[in-house]
Design a protein around this ligand. Structure first.
Ligand code: NAG
Ligand code: NAG
Ligand code: NAG
Length: 276
């Protein structure tokens, strides 16, 4: 209060002192070594609520950020020492993090929600061209991470496992992602429905992908279309030029025949004059 009063009086030294005080305070809160974040997961019926609580009020909280993987889920600028996030029941399991935003650095804690993998296809339908290659991709952000990925080609008889031993096929898998590479696509053998299965200690999840194929010839149709258009246009232009040429010649004949006409009329005039 006394500092404020002096500041109002316009005492420059006091103002500097206040500034210095704030700077020192900033350094003190910046360390943040004395605070810790406690986390909790509560299941309420079908809902799951995550809570993060900072035990120390030394830190000046500017807001909160919730993330899953590298995706920001929620952000606010509330200065509270506790923050909550309600998990999407559709994709419950995963590695979450809460950050208490502050200067110069925020404080982050991880919250792992265990569950069976939720597997998603990057694209649920893929269009390939005969003889080319196609890549089918599935991913899962679940926790614990997927430890085993399996690909199947779905057929009426039985589902056929696809791996590096399969013809023109290889599989590249990481914890969060798997890719099925099909090379030299065959119109009959490769078109159809595929499934990717992800397994972790909590269970199994899967997604379906439809691979449609176009024949090489079908891929050529647009080019044939353009080619036809060009040929037709060339014919039309050629025909048009051919029709125009005689007219041009006629025009030249016209101008060529004009002088004799005028001279003839001139001579007629002369004759008329002569006659009169
Ligand atoms: C953090 O603080 C909470 C209570 O404020 C305590 O229960 C917990 O054990 C502390 N965690 C660590 C790692 O010190
Ligand atoms: C917060 O937790 C840390 C680590 O356990 C501890 O050192 C600190 O004293 C706690 N602060 C308060 C205000 O309880
Ligand atoms: C299959 O082949 C790909 C590419 O050659 C390789 O990255 C992958 O590790 C192989 N997978 C297995 C299970 O050997």
């Amino acid at each position: 209060m006394a500092v404020g009063d002096r500041d109002q009086d316009g005492d420059m030294a006091a103002a500097l002192l206040v500034l210095l005080g704030f700077t020192l305070l900033g350094i003190e809160t910046g360390s943040g070594a004395e605070s810790n974040i406690s986390t909790s997961i509560r299941d309420e019926g079908s809902r799951t609520r995550l809570t993060c609580t900072l035990n120390s009020s030394d830190t000046h909280v500017l807001g909160h950020r919730w993330m899953k993987g590298d995706r920001v889920l929620q952000e606010d600028s509330v200065p509270d020492l506790t923050t909550e996030y309600e998990v999407d029941p559709e994709e419950r399991s995963g590695q979450y993090s809460c950050t208490f935003l502050s200067e110069p650095a925020g404080r982050t804690a991880r919250v792992n929600v265990n569950g069976p993998p939720k597997v998603e296809a990057m694209a649920s339908s893929v269009l390939g061209i005969e003889g080319e290659r196609a890549v089918l991709v599935c991913k899962s952000e679940s926790f614990p991470p997927v430890t085993e990925w399996t690909w199947y080609k779905i057929t009426e008889a039985s589902n056929q496992v696809l791996n590096n031993k399969s013809e023109n096929t290889f599989v590249v898998s990481l914890g969060t992602k798997t890719e099925l590479h099909k090379q030299e696509l065959d119109l009959k053998a490769d078109a159809g429905e595929y499934a990717c299965y992800g397994t972790n200690t909590e269970g199994v999840g899967h997604a379906l992908i439809t691979l449609s194929l176009r024949s090489r010839l079908a891929a050529l149709w647009p080019f044939l279309g353009i080619l036809t258009e060009v040929v037709v246009m060339v014919i039309v232009i050629f025909a048009f030029e051919k029709c125009q040429k005689p007219e041009v010649v006629l025009g030249e004949e016209d101008t060529g025949s004009a002088p004799p006409k005028s001279s003839r009329s001139h001579t007629i005039d002369k004759d008329k004059r002569n006659a009169s």
